[in-house]
Ligand binder design. Sequence first.
Ligand SMILES: C[S@@+](CC[C@H](N)C(=O)[O-])C[C@H]1O[C@@H](n2cnc3c(N)ncnc32)[C@H](O)[C@@H]1O
Length: 255
Amino acid sequence: MSDLPEHVRRNRALWDDWAQKFVAAGEAAWAQDTPTWGIWGVSESQVGMFPEDLAEKEAIELGCGTAYVSAWLARRGVRVVGIDNSAAQLATARRLQQQYGLDFPLLHGNAEAVPSPDASFDFAISEYGACLWADPQRWVPEAARLLRPGGRLVFLVNSFLMTLCMAAEDGVAARDRLLRPAFGLSRIEWPGDIGVEFHLSHGEWIRLLRRAGFEIEALVEVRPAPTATTRYPFVTLEWARQWPCEEVWKVRRRA
Ligand SMILES: C[S@@+](CC[C@H](N)C(=O)[O-])C[C@H]1O[C@@H](n2cnc3c(N)ncnc32)[C@H](O)[C@@H]1O
């Protein structure tokens, strides 16, 4: 624990504390056979988080939380491993594994330093996991190390545009104007919160991903349906119908 980076230690304490608030959502997602994504529950056909040729392949979910994404992959015949920094989140995941009779490895650890050999996986995925809470300068090269040549990394995270428009106060929705500078953002600590998030501009993501050995295949800007709902207060549907509040990066490890 003491040898973990400071942001990882803080995020571990935060997520061990928040885990209880994510039990119901985890249970609901485990009960779904068909994936839905992000805070608006957009369809797989809209965002295409799962590559088509995954059956029998090996995958890792970086920051799996209650591991419902891993469960969806396991049900598709993927040999999946989940890693998460929070023991409390993994306790929910383990209980749900038992409930659904679905067994796959769950590792308690930091997705910036995964205890797996180089080139162990064909696919890595993160939905608001390591891609938001881990340092991109560490987790992106680590994902590249873990993937085989040609392997894919897909992650869904808050859009950079929305991060610039987010009010600092808890429970207040993103505004329709820029509230903070884009340059030099990267690490964000919201007031009153012990957690640490990371948000990169598109240019920074592209430079980092390419430097780590990835080719960028797609950047999907998520637009919720006109009737979509969310339990999160930080953005309204009116906002999210006008500007992307979430984005999906799809990249491929150079052969
Ligand atoms: C929002 S959950 C993501 C899981 C799920 N997709 C969801 O949206 O509920 C965020 C998870 O990232 C995990 N996490 C944060 N930092 C991490 C790190 N450095 N390594 C692995 N997991 C991390 C947290 O413990 C938490 O369970």
